[in-house]
Design a binder for this molecule. Structure first.
Ligand code: GLA
Length: 371
């Protein structure tokens, strides 16, 4: 049951902030190797209401937790509990470690970014909370530093060894321009989506939440490959270095090949967007999917099936898995105006044949009410 801030804390909120989930167009599993990524924001957002308190205590409530109750902790005494509050505690701990002075606060969280769909509900929470705290306590944080606080919360406190893509996307991206980000330097450029294109995101209904161990393994494999090749990170290699992979043991050779070829695909995708060459962009998405499926091995048959169904639609330029993998969602580039129809048709064919139901998340339909 949803409860208002006033019902929860007996007063009105002082600050409101929000932040979106993200969909990555291309550049998957490159951000912890110093590579390129190209995400956009999605319409679904996490919303925060907050009011300051005199004592260093945090009281927090989330509408997204079943049988939610008000959780509490003292600032400076953050301790992992393996639940949603770890993202909140992680952000306050990271801010303090970065030298920012906080006082206590009351917090209400609400979100329509689906959990486990590979669309960065965690980054949306970290970034929206950090935005609210920036405003409430007048913190000296720009949008990049704010994203880094979110990543630190997740790396150091939640214990997920993620890269910087999701927090940067949530902090800096919007729905109509792709954020072309160099994860090594954090330099970025916004590349508009051509007017003739529309993005579709379909959730496979298979939660990726069990994938933490696999993610860690892939990350370690990339680090091992870089070490054996004598470079700080795989992102330092180009396609002309591909011949060097012959010296690597299996599967490190394929992992490295994915990162190097994916980096090249991101650059080509940026060129395709600039030239409004949607068929070329589409081909790059299919190639990225094959590389993630065969070389990086982070796809699953249900996601492959969704991509295949999408490829059979005449209004589709290209499709691929998006996010960390092992479930979650696919992203499709379709003709403008055809997105909803394409999404509904692909989701229906998938749901008919399989045991799980797919959901079209973007463009949001009448059942996904977003205000
Ligand atoms: C997850 C991580 C990101 C990135 C992607 C894969 O979303 O949070 O940092 O590594 O997987 O591209």
């Amino acid at each position: 049951m949803s409860r208002s801030f006033a019902e929860l804390f007996d007063r009105d909120p002082e600050v409101r902030a929000d932040a979106p989930g993200r969909v990555n167009l291309i550049g998957e599993h490159t951000d912890y190797s110093g590579g390129y990524v190209l995400p956009l924001a999605i319409p679904q957002r996490t919303r925060i209401e907050l009011a300051r308190r005199e004592e260093p205590r945090v009281r927090a409530w989330s509408a997204e937790v079943q049988e939610a109750k008000i959780e509490e902790y003292r600032l400076g005494e953050e301790a992992p509990r393996r639940d949603w509050l770890d993202y909140v505690q992680g952000v306050t701990a990271a801010l303090r470690q970065a030298g920012h002075a906080l006082r206590g606060f009351d917090l209400r969280v609400e979100s329509d970014v689906p959990l486990g769909s590979g669309l960065s509900s965690s980054a949306a929470l970290e970034v929206s909370l950090a935005r609210a705290l920036r405003e409430a306590f007048e913190l000296d944080l720009d949008d990049v530093k704010l994203a880094l606080i979110g990543q630190r919360a997740e790396n150091d406190f939640v214990g997920a060894p993620v890269g910087i893509m999701d927090q940067m996307a949530s902090s800096l991206a919007d729905e109509s321009t792709a954020l072309f980000l160099d994860t090594k330097t954090l330099q970025y450029e916004k590349i508009p989506l051509p007017a003739a294109a529309e993005l579709v995101v379909i959730d496979s209904g298979i939660s990726h939440s069990h994938s933490a161990g696999e993610y860690r393994t892939r990350r370690r494999e990339c680090e091992q490959a870089a070490e054996l090749l004598g470079v700080p990170m795989l992102g330092d290699l180009q396609t002309q270095d591909l011949w060097k992979l012959g010296t690597l043991p299996e599967p490190l050779d394929r992992r490295a090949r994915h990162v190097i070829t994916e980096n090249a695909r991101v650059r080509s995708a940026v060129a395709s967007l600039r030239e409004r060459d949607l068929p070329r962009l589409g081909r790059l998405l299919y190639a990225a999917h094959e590389s993630l499926r065969d070389d990086f091995e982070v796809s699953i048959p249900e996601i492959d099936r969704l991509v295949e169904l999408a490829s059979e639609e005449p209004e589709v330029y290209g499709a691929r898995m998006t996010g960390g993998g092992f479930g979650g969602s696919i992203v499709i580039v379709a003709q403008k105006g055809a997105g909803r129809k394409v999404g509904d048709r692909v989701a229906a064919r998938y749901s008919e044949a399989g045991k799980v139901k797919a959901t079209v998340l973007v463009p949001p339909g009448p059942e996904t009410v977003i205000d």
